[in-house]
Design a protein. Sequence first.
Length: 607
Amino acid sequence: MTIANDITDNEELSLARAAELHRSGNLPQAGELYRQILGRDADNYQALTGLGRVLSETGSAAEALPLAKRAVACHPDLADAHYRLGNVFRVLEKFEAAAGEYLRTLALDPGHAEACNYLGNCYFATGQVNEAEQSYQRALELRPDYPEAHNNMGNVQNLTRDIAGALRSYHRALSLRPELFRVHSNILLSMNYLPCFSGRDIYQESRRWDERFGTPGTGQSSPAVTAGGEQRRLRVGYLSPDFRTHSVSFFFEPLLASHDRDLVEVFCYSDVASADQVTSRMQSLADSWCNCFGMPDEILEQQIRKDQIDLLVDLTGHTSMNRLSLFARKPAPIQVSWLGYPGTTGLQAMDYRLTDAIADPEGEADLHHSEELYRLPGGFLCYAAPRAAPRVSSLPLASNRFVTFGSFNSLPKLTEEVLQLWAELLRQLPSSRLLLKNKYFANASVRQRVADSFRGLGVAESRLSLLPAEPSLQAHLECYGRVDIALDPFPYNGTTTTCEALWMGVPTITLSGERHAGRVGASILTRLGLQEHIAATPQQYLAIACELASDAGRLGALRASLRNRMAASTLCDAPHFAGEVEAAYRQMWLRHCRGGSGKTGVGRVEE
């Protein structure tokens, strides 16, 4: 049936048909029908909100905004109108405006649990942690069986370093709505923060994810188009929600810019809700660009198959807004996981994972992956230093007369075990200071919780500096001018933060763990020839830190030389890195062409 036949003189029937198309995932036809209805009745509330939802769900929230505003103008006393306008503002990341509309919704309808939940999301995004927690709690009081609110409460608990509480909230959300695969992903990501979970534990939970959400799609891929032979130009697709100002872009863009276009044709599938300058820059570097935000898996799968992708690369893993459900459908004959998540996806449909021999040593690491590990000789990372990076500053110790340790990592990484070790370091060096930086330190209660934790460990608040986010990347990097030595958390190391610190001349000390999340620091430092800063035990971590803090001459020399050392290393050699990745892709392709399964299956742990 065509759209021309769908529109009828009966407005109610037309709206019902548009809603049916919307529910079935046929968004283009639903949107067209809503437009035709509005052509007859410009103030039709259902058509205004229906078309607004279609546009928002397909990455065109900016076009939905005037529609949502018109709906509010026509129906200012309707709670639903303000709620839907709030949703559009939220998708556009205009969180203050969104919060205002949700508050208006609640003034008109105090029992609107969804408005409470999304109001919490706005507060969370703007660093208002207490207000976010209160909003989620109110949503749960109104609806105790509200799975999304339980999940979001878990996010707050993660932020306040109550990882065990976060896991309970995530499990509660999943029990209420078992199909929420991203909640199960939150469980997996949270497990990486805690030392009580081994690589085997995380692997087994990842396999449970696949059994629940991935297995039905496994093995449904169509064969690759092998015309042209084993050495033909490969069609490589990259899928991510982070083709924007995000830590992933610091490591993906160098590869994107350096790919040899005689060897690979690059397709980017951008699942970005709000594009920015980085998005535009990446788009200019790709051979083909598909904005797939809001696109249902089945539609995106069809597009990938239409593009005849040979290798499809996931850059997200079990982090926010992942599309592992799409990868479970096996839209490409060879599927690869890389970069965004520090471990196995658990998917049998994922063939390989790019890593290196330091981050994932041969042997036990192979036992804890559903993918075959492909170890890049020069390291699994390539870092693009920010264009806005300021010059390296002089050593703070020289003027302060005391050493300042620092960490700019996310708060869930600062576990009790981490704080205990750092507190012991501060106790051993009574004149030293610790500077921590995180955007949520704009919130007084978050700062106080961290300060209270250190006070309980014998470290006075006066020895701490807790800094919030800066308005620009340059100002953020300038804060390293206050730090002499960077401290890497464990068992979940930093990645971008470590590279930033080193680029700003700040040596970093890391504790090498038993799984990838705890070995990234070792991988980075080894590329720079700084193995003496890699500790095998907490005691050695303390010893390295104390020794380095007592040697101002060595600290000064490191500060003056680290940037050049890093620039000359494989960590920043994008053409070399691209060559290694392309060689990996070619090996995967050759195996596929010759009938290989894509996996060795060696030594996998059975459930």
